[in-house]
Design a binder for this molecule. Structure first.
Ligand code: NAD
Length: 261
């Protein structure tokens, strides 16, 4: 029987594209996002087009209890998760003293807590079976935190550090843990204000399908981390050869709101 992949944040952007690609490869899917109606449409489409089994759970994963609930629901449905993709994530943009604290705490719960909870619970089961694959979606900003994305950058630095250390611990367990680290991607994640900055003009967003293809390949291969696109890979290495204060000044200029640049 074909393996089952659980994808969080599967109704939009990179997650939706990965779900479609995995469905086309005949993997059974567990799709999780907040919007039950969108999930139901996707389920019908994938089951009809690809003859796979799709299970859906409409849950807000920024609520910690819901991450535990997801694990329980999957267990009650008696489905073994062979692969887990922690993709759901939100960001915001703006001067830290002006952005919403409530939104940032929610971001920490979704981008960090849900990833830790789901990796722990499903990772333990995979370790017991000595088989499984986990992929966490980090970011180019995991390598170079940007001003005006302070909390978001920090959550993605966490995701990368967490992923690489757990991957090392689990090296001989039969379970792989990888990190996908995209640069700008053309999805609803981006706001008009973000797109107006020089950062986006200098490094144009790529399609979600392009990044998803790299993500699916990384998940299945199960090795290390992937930064899609040569230019993003190059940018990720700049902090190694550039003094911190120069790097931070460049990033500040690039990301400054249009009104302040
Ligand atoms: P998107 O907004 O298109 O999709 C996000 C998905 O997460 C949606 O399915 C949404 O329903 C789901 N989601 C959001 N909040 C949720 C919640 N509270 N509970 C459950 N599901 C929730 O964004 P995207 O660009 O496809 O982002 C996917 C991942 O890629 C995120 O982790 C993001 O941080 C990361 N990323 C995006 C970019 C980019 O430029 N778009 C760059 C680097 C990394």
């Amino acid at each position: 029987m074909k393996e089952t992949v659980l994808i969080t944040g599967a109704t939009s952007g990179i997650g939706r594209e990965m779900a479609r690609m995995l469905a086309a490869q005949k993997f059974n899917l567990i799709l999780v996002a907040r919007n039950g109606e969108k999930l139901a449409v996707q389920k019908k489409e994938f089951e009809n087009s690809f003859g796979i089994q799709v299970t859906i759970f409409a849950l807000d994963l920024s609520v910690q209890d819901n991450a535990y609930l997801l694990f329980e629901k999957v267990r009650n449905a008696d489905i073994a998760v062979d692969m887990l993709v922690n993709n759901a994530g939100i960001g915001n943009y703006g001067a830290f003293t002006e952005t919403s604290l409530e939104q940032e705490l929610m971001m920490i719960d979704l981008n960090i807590s849900a990833v830790v909870i789901l990796t722990k619970l499903f990772g333990r089961e995979m370790a017991k079976r000595r088989s499984g694959k986990i992929m966490n979606v980090a970011s180019l900003l995991s390598f170079l935190p940007f001003p005006y994305y302070s909390v978001y950058s920090a959550t993605k630095s966490f995701v990368l550090a967490f992923t690489e250390t757990v991957a090392a611990e689990m090296e001989k367990s039969g379970v792989t843990v990888t990190a996908l680290c995209p640069g700008p991607v053309d999805t609803p994640f981006q706001t008009k204000e973000m797109l107006e900055t020089n950062a986006y003009k200098a490094n144009k967003p790529v399609s979600a399908a392009y990044v998803a293809k790299k993500g699916v390949a990384l998940l299945l291969e199960g090795k290390g981390k992937k930064i899609p696109g040569f230019n993003n890979w190059f940018i990720s290495n700049l902090p190694r050869i550039t003094p911190d204060y120069i790097m931070m000044n460049i990033k500040k200029k690039l990301a400054s709101p249009k009104s302040k640049s």
